[in-house]
Ligand binder design. Structure first.
Ligand SMILES: Nc1ncnc2c1ncn2[C@@H]1O[C@H](COP(=O)(O)OP(=O)(O)OP(=O)(O)O)[C@@H](O)[C@H]1O
Ligand SMILES: [Mg+2]
Length: 248
């Protein structure tokens, strides 16, 4: 009698790792000078992780390596179960990574709307979706204005909106509070949590401002000289200990 054999599972298209972002044994270097010395970080779906560290500790290098701006020398990076380590930046964006660089890097002579449109490329959409403007009403008001004429806080919102335009699964923000006044920093914290709640995406944010990290993050990591030296869930954090890592 013929037995029906169950169909094999489809090829590896399903996530093999419950982490939305899985970083394993990541090393990166500028020429001969190694800056990241083997990082292991797993970020759960919907989780906000803050990577804290003083100047020059490797925060931006980590972000650049995740985005493929700097190649990893060893280790792997996976997004939603897909290895992206060998991919170019645009292909990583298509896989669900988005990036708000340190210093925001908006296009100052382009309008607000044009800036956001540059983030749409991988989605195939031509127009800025309404929900992005709903998230950042000030950008709707200013959509015809040149990016360079916005305040620092408004430019940061623009950089976040541009990153969200690609519908990421993982949003990376490199020191978003840098050069931004305290009241706006608090508002940014609320915005990031609202985005996470609305979209269910994972967020990795590098920071030196402890109060902001405590406000937004579910988990706090400390990076020192290119290695993770401390890790704590928000609920159990020893603030004084983390503050000591950040003091010079
Ligand atoms: N383009 C580069 N070429 C060579 N070395 C670099 C380059 N960019 C950064 N570095 C070095 O890599 C190390 C980590 O720098 P990185 O920019 O990642 O630090 P950071 O934590 O982002 O600091 P900050 O808080 O000041 O932005 C530093 O020693 C820095 O001097
Ligand atoms: Mg930096």
């Amino acid at each position: 009698m013929l037995q029906t054999v169950p169909a094999p599972p489809p090829p590896d298209v399903r996530p093999t790792d419950p982490a939305m972002l899985a970083i394993r044994g990541l090393h990166a270097a500028y020429g001969q000078s190694e800056v990241l010395h083997g990082l292991d970080i797993a970020v759960a779906p919907g989780e906000i992780v803050a990577v804290m560290g003083r100047n020059g500790m490797g925060k931006s290098t980590l972000m650049k390596t995740l985005m493929g701006i700097l190649p990893a020398t060893f280790g792997t990076i996976a997004v939603d179960g897909h290895d992206v380590t060998g991919l170019k930046s645009h292909a990583r964006v298509a896989r669900g990574l988005a990036y708000v660089p340190q210093g925001r890097m908006i296009f100052s002579t382009m309008t607000v709307q044009e800036n956001i449109e540059t983030g749409l490329t991988v989605t195939g959409a031509r127009r800025v979706p309404e929900d992005l403007y709903a998230m950042f009403p000030v950008l709707l008001e200013m959509k015809g204005r040149r990016g360079g004429n916005l305040s620092g806080g408004q430019q940061q919102q623009l950089a976040i909106a541009r990153a969200l335009a690609s519908r990421p699964k993982v949003l990376l923000l490199d020191e978003p509070t840098e050069g931004i006044q305290p009241s706006i920093i608090r508002e940014m914290g609320r915005t990031l949590k609202a985005i996470r709640d609305a979209r269910g995406l994972s967020i990795v944010v590098s920071e030196q401002v402890l109060s902001f990290a405590l406000d937004v993050a579910d988990r706090v990591l400390v990076i020192e000289n290119g290695a993770i030296v401390h890790e704590s869930p928000r609920a159990d954090i020893d603030e004084a200990q983390v503050a000591r890592f950040l003091s010079v």
